[in-house]
Design a protein around this ligand. Structure first.
Ligand code: AMP
Length: 363
């Protein structure tokens, strides 16, 4: 049997593009499904231009690929179930369903994986908010469809309830206690259906709810870092994980609380392309192919800065002045405000001195 596979990727944004690059240098062929024929992946793969819920297009992709994967979690799981052959989607559709819905996700994390999450309750209408104890703070999140802080309302006083009630009456929600965290962290873990490999702990700084900067290793104690990695491994093992998963967590003074999972390579793991001996995209491809997984080593402490639409010129200037920084541009044609256009990774022992693009201008 040939070791060269045809891999079908659902979604041709930057994550699909970087997965494809890893797959290609390992000798595989990639076909991408994306609504836009000029998506970032079009530079490195064939593209089937169709919407993600187009079952005929999903079938066409499945028919010409050995293995399928996805770059984002909002893929039509039922549509995929209808077209995939046995074992063709090693990540499975169950993982998609869990990560598409915060209610399923919380249930999985707290009851099946048995990791610590913020105390929560399911909210089906504003009636469920009537008796909340306002001596505590909360975050109300829609169960589906939220991203980058959309579909969320922080509740710190009775004044916030009007908006929270409206959100609760518009969609099923989860009400979480607000965590007074010291740092936001994430851990990338990859599996091949049997074994897992885990990356160093990443410290994430968000601006306007969008990841702005990742610092690796995270500035937490070794004890907490070990605990964070153990939590990610526990979740991966509970899932019999294939491919790459990101576990987003909060670090407090003495505890790690899991916020959410993303069943794919993640923006906070991009540093691994240069800073580790294998990237999160390499291990994703190895994992979905069921290949043995390497242990991961971090070469040197690293910082990643996101390049949003309004930062493109600043980033280009930065790498002219700092040629040892790695600029990645995803090939998106239009540089819209807050759109992720690329990222920069550099090695640094002084992460506070690595200034985010746009600091003092757009945040
Ligand atoms: P999420 O969509 O769940 O990733 O939330 C977006 C951001 O909101 C997170 O990165 C945190 O900064 C913040 N956040 C979410 N949930 C909580 C929580 N329970 N307590 C404190 N901050 C939170």
């Amino acid at each position: 049997m040939s070791s060269t596979k045809t891999i079908g990727i659902i979604g041709g944004g930057q994550l699909g593009q970087m997965m494809a690059i890893s797959a290609i240098y390992m000798g595989h062929k990639v076909i991408t499904l994306d609504p836009a024929s000029d998506c970032p992946s079009s530079r490195v793969s064939e593209v089937i231009a169709a919407s993600y819920d187009d079952v005929d297009a999903l079938r066409q992709l499945a028919d010409c690929c050995d293995v399928l994967t996805y770059e984002f979690e909002n893929v039509d799981a039922d549509g995929l179930d209808a077209v995939i052959k046995d074992g063709q989607l090693p990540q499975g559709t169950e993982l998609l369903r869990i990560s598409q819905n915060r209610i399923f996700e919380k249930d999985f994390l707290s009851n099946k994986a048995q990791v610590t999450v913020a105390p929560y309750k399911i909210v089906t209408s504003s009636l469920d908010l009537e008796d909340i104890d306002l001596s505590k703070n909360y975050v109300l999140k829609t169960a589906t469809g939220g991203y980058d802080g959309h579909g969320q309302k922080v509740i710190t006083s009775a004044e916030d309830l009007e908006e929270a009630n409206a959100l609760a009456n518009s969609a099923e929600c989860v009400l979480e206690e607000f965590v007074n965290f010291d740092l936001e962290i994430s851990v990338i873990v990859s599996g091949n259906g049997k074994d897992v490999t885990v990356f160093p702990v990443q410290e994430n700084i968000h601006r306007n709810n969008i990841l702005s900067k990742t610092i690796v290793p995270a500035r937490i104690s070794d004890r907490l870092a070990d605990r964070a990695k153990a939590i990610a491994v526990k979740i991966a093992e509970q899932l019999n994980l294939s491919g790459t998963l990101c576990v987003e967590m909060f670090a407090t003074a003495d505890d790690i609380i899991v916020n959410e999972i993303a069943p794919r390579p993640h923006n906070s793991g991009h540093y691994s392309i240069e800073a580790c001996d294998f990237s999160q995209f390499d291990t994703h491809i190895l994992g979905v192919l069921g290949a043995p997984l390497p242990a991961i080593n971090l070469h040197e402490p690293a910082v990643m800065l996101n390049v949003l639409g309004q930062h493109v010129e600043a980033a280009e200037r930065y790498v002219t002045e700092n040629p040892s920084a790695h600029l990645h541009m995803y090939g998106k044609l239009e540089a819209k405000h807050n759109r992720k256009m690329g990222h920069v990774t550099l090695f640094s022992n002084e992460p506070d001195n690595v200034v985010e693009f746009g600091k003092g201008i757009d945040f």
